[in-house]
Design a binder for this molecule. Structure first.
Ligand code: SF4
Length: 190
C-alpha cells in the first residue's frame, strides 16, 4: 500500500473518531478536547496529571489547556490540588462524575461496534502495528513517548516486594500505576 493511501486512511479514521467524540461531548455541552483531556487523565500517572503534562501530551498551547481545565472544573469533572511535596505543582484529578461520563462515552459506541468485527488476532496485530508506527513517528519528531510505565527503562518490578519502584524518582509504584502512561517514560534500550 502506498504511503499516501495509508495516510489518507489514518486521517479518515482520525476525523471519524473526532466527529464521534464531538457528538458525545456535545450532548454534555463539552467539546472533543474536553473529553480527550478527561480520557488522558484517566490513563496517566501522578507525574503526568499536571497542566504541564497535559500541554506536553496534546502539543497545544498552555492557554488552551488552561481554558479547557476551567471548563472541566466548572462542570465538576475535575479537581485541582497542590502536590504534597512541591506546592508549586498542581495535580488534576477526575471526579466520579467524569469517571462515569468516560465509562459511557469513551470509546464511542460506534467504535466499539466496529472493533467487535475484528477477531482477537486481528486486534492484536492492528494494535502492534499502530504502536510501531506511533513509536517511529515520535522518534522522528523527537517527541516524548508517553508510554506505559512497566515498559519504561526506569521501571523496577517488585523492587519493594509486592510494590515496584520508579528508578528515576526512586518512589514506590503500586500495581495499578504500572499500567498508567507517563510523561517521563523512556524506552528500554535493546
Ligand atoms: S518508571 Fe518510567 S514510566 Fe514509570 S513512573 Fe518512572 S519514569 Fe515514569
Amino acid at each position: 500500500m502506498k504511503a499516501n493511501h495509508l495516510f489518507l486512511l489514518l486521517e479518515r479514521l482520525g476525523n471519524l473518531l473526532r466527529s464521534k467524540e464531538r457528538e458525545a461531548g456535545g450532548s454534555q455541552g463539552l467539546q472533543a478536547i474536553h473529553l480527550q483531556v478527561l480520557s488522558f487523565l484517566s490513563s496517566c500517572n501522578k507525574y503526568s496529571n499536571t497542566p504541564a503534562g497535559i500541554t506536553e501530551y496534546f502539543g497545544i498551547t498552555k492557554g488552551t489547556i488552561s481554558q479547557t481545565l476551567n471548563v472541566l472544573e466548572k462542570n465538576k469533572l475535575i479537581t485541582r490540588s497542590a502536590d504534597k511535596k512541591d506546592l508549586r505543582v498542581v495535580h488534576v484529578e477526575l471526579t466520579k462524575k467524569a469517571v462515569d461520563l468516560l465509562k459511557n462515552e469513551i470509546p464511542p459506541a460506534v467504535f466499539k461496534e466496529a472493533l467487535s468485527e475484528l477477531n482477537d488476532i486481528e486486534r492484536k496485530t492492528l494494535t502492534n502495528l499502530l504502536y510501531k508506527l506511533l513509536v517511529a513517528l515520535q522518534h522522528n519528531n523527537n517527541g516524548k513517548t508517553f508510554g506505559v510505565c512497566k515498559t519504561c527503562r526506569h521501571f523496577k518490578a517488585n523492587a519493594f516486594g509486592r510494590h515496584h519502584q520508579c528508578g528515576l524518582t526512586n518512589e514506590k509504584l503500586f500495581n495499578n500505576e504500572a499500567s498508567k502512561i507517563c510523561r517521563e517514560h523512556e524506552r528500554m534500550v535493546s
